[in-house]
Design a protein around this ligand. Structure first.
Ligand code: GAL
Length: 423
């Protein structure tokens, strides 16, 4: 039942929200390897840096399992907007990939609750894994003492990237303690000087909701966030209204081409000097570096305005299908991608932080070292937009409500929609 509901919702999401075409099309060679010695890995990692990072995992697996091949079943669409719908159709048709990408918390719980994923607890017994992954992360992929997912890296969702040359030229200086009020004032300043203030990859359905998610966190702080996501605070609370008002102030500064751009195209625009800011998870870091942009000279970053001290968790996790065609290879995949070496190589490309605390991050670039430090010391909150904090029904309603709000700017209707979805 639960799974049926999830399926209907994600297909609805695909039809109603996804601007890119839904359905099929592996990034590098299609899916469904039925060969006994082939493992199918399903994800939405198709941008330059995502694909490079995925290849590091594949390399680690193939090295540990000579002779075994991997079929890369990735489906394009940032944040999994299209991949999730394709996956649900395949699960429904009993055509599960051997292993697929998901997130901890509510997202993985849907699969666990529907009996769709295999117990990976034995992997946690290997190579000290259960001792070196933070307990809260293990808990967020577990049920009744069994672990159902292995995580590769923790992305920070609340980062504000900026084009250094443009901000310097405009006399804008995002730095420690940067507030939402300063941010809005700086957007106006940039616009008055003829610079497009915000890049947004709104073709990917997660990007606009993520800008709101980060704005909301700037108003609620981590405790208020957790009160909202746990149901203690109602979604028509004055703080949510305040966040909507703030978000509305940012919207006039968004690139007029945004609906035609994916998140990585928007990131490239920022690198190319076509806009000043992008509020985006630190997968943008991987993309900036992959594109040749230099940290400190070409671009800079701060926590999204008003969210310093909080770390929005967007953790990448793999599960193995309960009905996988190659269950043993699935378990081997989970083992191979959990090693220190695999995590280091993967995260270097991806821009995220290794979830193993015994990985030496000193070889990672400056941004990633700072993110690893924040990961250890900041307050963690789970992302709504990426399906960790709330169930898929609310995730979809949140996305829908933001999409409508961008048009209407009607704060009351917006918060009422959220409050109704949370019932
Ligand atoms: C997130 C995922 C990241 C990144 C991003 C954009 O959901 O956790 O790894 O891929 O989507 O596609």
């Amino acid at each position: 039942m639960r799974f049926m509901r999830l399926r209907v919702l994600t297909i609805a999401a695909c039809t109603a929200l996804a601007l890119a075409a839904c359905g099929g099309g592996g990034a590098s060679g299609g899916a469904q390897g039925s060969d006994g010695n082939t493992l199918e890995v399903f994800s939405w990692w198709t941008s330059g840096s995502e694909d490079a990072a995925l290849k590091e995992l594949i390399k680690a697996f193939e090295k540990a399992n000579p002779g075994v091949k991997v079929t890369n079943g990735a489906v394009a669409g940032g944040g999994g907007g299209n991949a999730q719908a394709v996956l649900q159709t395949r699960l429904q048709g009993n055509d599960a990939p051997d292993t697929w990408q998901t997130h901890p918390g509510a997202a993985i719980n849907e699969y666990i609750g529907s009996n769709l994923v295999a117990d990976l607890s034995s992997v946690y017994g290997q190579d000290n894994l259960s001792d070196v992954v933070p307990k809260s992360l293990i808990d967020s992929v577990s049920k009744d003492g069994k672990m159902y997912g292995v995580s590769t890296g923790a992305h920070r969702g609340n980062v504000l990237w900026y084009n250094k040359k443009l901000t310097d030229k405009a006399g804008v200086n995002p730095s420690a303690g940067y507030t939402a009020t300063q941010f809005v004032a700086d957007l106006a300043k940039l616009k008055s000087q003829g610079t497009t203030p915000i890049c947004l990859g709104a073709k990917d359905t997660f990007a606009t909701p993520q800008l709101f998610e980060n704005t909301l966190l700037s108003v609620t702080g981590p405790d208020g966030w957790n009160a909202l996501t746990s149901g203690q605070t109602k979604w028509d609370d004055p703080k949510v209204k305040e966040a909507a008002g703030l978000f509305a102030q940012m919207l006039p500064y968004v690139d007029s081409d945004s609906s035609a751009l994916t998140w990585d195209q928007a990131t490239k625009r920022l690198a190319d000097g076509q806009c000043a800011f992008e509020s985006m998870g630190d997968w943008a870091y991987g993309e900036l570096v992959k594109g040749g942009a230099k940290e400190g000279t070409d671009f800079g970053y701060v926590p999204h305005a008003g969210t310093e001290g909080s770390f929005v968790l967007v953790v990448d996790t793999f599960v193995v299908g309960q009905n996988a065609k190659h269950p043993e290879l699935g378990q081997k995949w989970a083992s191979a991608i959990s090693t220190k070496d695999a995590q280091l190589a993967f995260n270097k490309e991806k821009g995220s932080t290794p979830v193993r605390t015994d990985v030496d991050v000193s070889t990672l670039p400056k941004y990633q070292q700072a993110a690893a430090e924040s990961f250890r010391s900041d307050s963690h909150v789970q992302s709504i937009v990426h399906g960790e904090a709330m169930n898929p029904q609310f995730q979809l309603a949140f996305s829908d409500a933001v999409t409508q709000f961008v048009q209407s700017k009607d704060v009351d209707t917006f918060v009422q929609a959220l409050a109704a979805a949370a019932q």
